[in-house]
Design a protein around this ligand. Structure first.
Ligand code: IMP
Length: 424
């Protein structure tokens, strides 16, 4: 296998970080292709906890080149902070090891401000991370975006930012009635940040093209999850990028090839941050307990994550939507020891029973069909799993039609069991 994509198969926060980190060790390149610093991958290095938002997790391995593809929306201020944080933790981040596409769209101060104003004043509250992700992607698609390479030329930057601000100025002054810094000030700041970024910038498409021709091993590191995908997700409660495997082809490139395998990282239950329908959500003490045991707080915003049972109709859909070839089942330890365990195997919807959450159905109107599963009480001290846990895994595999390749009951290497060999 030469290429593998790691994708979140739910609403994000499935535990992609640790598995990407482990499999990244076997690769030559680790590539981000969508999203921005709305993502948060927590990785423990020795005694230190490192939270990566923008920098691919390949940065933690000396032999790996980390690539930020053009599909990423890039906040230079956030990058500067992250760079300092990572360097302080003893990680060597050099332009040889970190390559950023000069065509990434920039998240400006104004994008962040607009994101915050919309969330505060409505009419629709998405529960965004407030990082300016949506407005930056809007700029990109409306062809008014600023690219990282624009930060290297003050005149071009000033010209583009002025055009970019024409409509936003009216929104800030009249609709949102909020103060905003003058364009000249933002130009100065971005230009200074551009100087810091310049050594890292390059044409990452060609870089990948050459790497693939040389048979290098490439890992594509997805952020968020398929259910937050702008096209495949639970719209409008989604993020603004293509979070599934499709995003690789538009956001980084895989010249002349297809991605060999798509690994869907799947939490053994379901969580969601922000607004939007969630059919198996638990509103009782059990939901709170799962939230507590699983430490379900957002790595980027610190918000409490909503918790519920594993939803197989949704998972079956994301497997199809993102061509997922195997899954990693994470956080099994959180469910171990619960007195009651359920899994959603189907929905009742408009008088029918359906087992796949195809788009077009109104998620807020489905009634989940919950099956009781024999609880498991594994302490994971031996390699052998209890018959109850095996049966839980079996129910999942049957429900989604693909195999579990990795089982995780904690974030440590010793707590992650590889049933299947990736990059062998
Ligand atoms: P945005 O990406 O900040 O625009 O937020 C849009 C939606 O995606 C909100 O519901 C966020 O909570 C959610 N979201 C964005 N990034 C993540 C993530 O890394 N994990 C989980 N949810 C996320």
């Amino acid at each position: 296998m030469q290429s593998l994509a790691i994708i979140g198969s739910q609403w994000g926060d499935e535990g992609k970080g640790k598995i990407t980190d482990l499999l990244g060790q076997k690769c030559d390149l680790v590539v981000r292709y969508q999203g921005g610093n709305n993502a948060g991958h927590t990785i423990i290095v020795g005694e230190r906890k490192i939270v990566l938002h923008l920098i691919p997790s390949g940065i933690l391995h000396d032999h790996c080149v980390s690539v930020v593809g053009h599909g990423v929306v890039f906040d230079p201020r956030a990058f500067k902070e992250e760079l300092e944080h990572v360097q302080k933790a003893g990680v060597d981040v050099t332009p040889d090891r970190l390559k950023i596409s000069e065509n990434c769209s920039v998240i400006t101060y104004y994008n962040k401000l607009l994101d915050g104003q919309r969330e505060a004043k409505g009419p629709v509250k998405i529960g965004t991370t407030g990082k300016g992700i949506g407005p930056a992607y809007e700029d990109k698609t409306s062809r008014k975006g600023i690219k990282l390479k624009d930060l290297l030329n003050k005149e071009i930057l000033a010209q583009k930012l002025k055009a970019n601000m024409m409509e936003k100025e009216i929104l800030f002054k009249h609709l949102y009635q909020v103060d905003f810094p003058p364009i000249e000030e933002e130009v100065e700041k971005l230009y200074e940040l551009g100087k810091m970024l310049e050594p890292f910038l390059c044409d990452t498409f060609s870089l990948l093209d050459h790497a693939i021709q040389e048979n290098k091993k490439v890992l594509y590191e997805g952020a968020q999850g398929v259910l937050l995908d702008i096209d495949y997700g639970s719209y409008p409660y989604v993020t603004s990028s293509s979070t599934g495997a499709g995003g690789i082809y538009t956001g980084a490139g895989l010249p002349g090839k297809y991605v060999d395998e798509v690994l869907g990282i799947t939490k053994a239950y379901t969580t969601r941050v922000g607004e939007g329908p969630f059919p198996t959500e638990l509103f009782d003490e059990l939901g709170e307990r799962i939230q507590r045991i699983g430490h379900e707080f957002g790595a980027t915003t610190g918000r409490k994550r909503r918790c519920g049972w594993l939803d197989l109709p949704l998972l079956k859909y994301t497997v199809k939507a993102s061509n997922i070839t195997s899954i990693a089942l994470t956080k099994l330890d959180v469910l171990a020891g619960l007195e009651n365990l359920k899994v959603c195997t189907a929905y009742k919807y408009k008088g029918k029973v359906i087992d796949c959450a195809y788009p077009g159905i109104e998620l807020s109107e489905v009634e989940p069909v919950l099956e009781d599963i024999k609880p498991f009480h594994d302490d994971f001290k031996t390699d052998e799993f209890s018959p109850e846990l095996k049966s839980y895994i079996d129910t999942i595999e049957k429900g989604i039609g693909i195999k579990v390749g990795i089982l995780a009951h904690g974030p440590e290497r010793s707590e992650i069991k590889f049933v299947k060999n990736y990059f062998n």
